[in-house]
Write a protein that binds this ligand. Sequence first.
Ligand code: FE2
Length: 343
Amino acid sequence: MADAAAPKKQTSDFVAALEAANLHPLWDRFRTLTPVKPAAVDPPLIWRWRDIEPFTARAVSEVPIDDVERRALILVNPAFAGETVTTSNLIAAFTVLDPGDRARPHRHTFAAIRFATQAEGAATIVNGRRCDMKNGDLILTPPMCWHGHINESDRRIIWFDAANIPLIRQLDANFFEPGDPKANQFWQVDSGDEKLWAEAGMAGSDVTHAPAHSPKYHYSGAAMRRLLAELPLGPDGAHTMRYTNPATGGPVMPALDCTAVRLPRNQATRPKRTTCNMICLVVSGSGRSTVGEHSFDWSQHDVFSIPHWSFASHTAKDGDASLFIVSDRSAFERLDLLREELQ
Ligand SMILES: [Fe+2]
């Protein structure tokens, strides 16, 4: 018996000696280093609009816009131990602007989007183009594009934001440049070159564009709703459209991806899982989702996460429902790490 125990002690002495020399034995660590499949640290979570809305009112009364870079409330999953993360690689938030508020210009290497939930009368300026925000509009702010926001309406504006800040932090690749908050010319622009990309299926032969991301920054909510109404059902039982770069047909940005889904009433979608991470905003309707072992009901402007490699199925109740989904799918495609399974 003593002989059988001896090699173990020898091994643990050896591991300790290696660690003291800043070396790790692979045979002792490979289960941690190379798990057999992904395992998200976060369970799915739902943030209900009825819980968030009172905080948006409090934010405008207690936080002057001139004192902060952005007046946004970020949705955080406590599974990330206090880190500002919604689900792996992604954050989502709601921004609130009172009449006359301006969120000063800046730019950064993380990618971000805005989806207009109650933003009629707001505008986002992206690289010198004014993008008016109508119901359901999507605005891209690709990496290192200057952007600022303004509320020129006479009522409070709220929109949904998402960004890949956790991914860029993990890579320690963030650069951030503040703009001049007093530069009035920043705001005095029209839609500019956005008009060059406004006609689906048509592009200027001699128009150049940055190849890394979509040259189109503004995607109309009305067009999204029209297309979703016409699209056939996909293999999972939902009508799904992807926002694309009109110059390539690919995703809108290299590490942030957007889709919209219409769910037919009372028909559960087939459970699907993917290696990428998703955040779903309920655009319209109500329903129920099962993500992994968790099920929850949702209604308009609720937000829920689908952590990677978790089976997710959705059912619209009462009538059709639609979701806007932001994900890190295009990053996984670039790394050739995208896997999907349909049950
Ligand atoms: Fe920004």
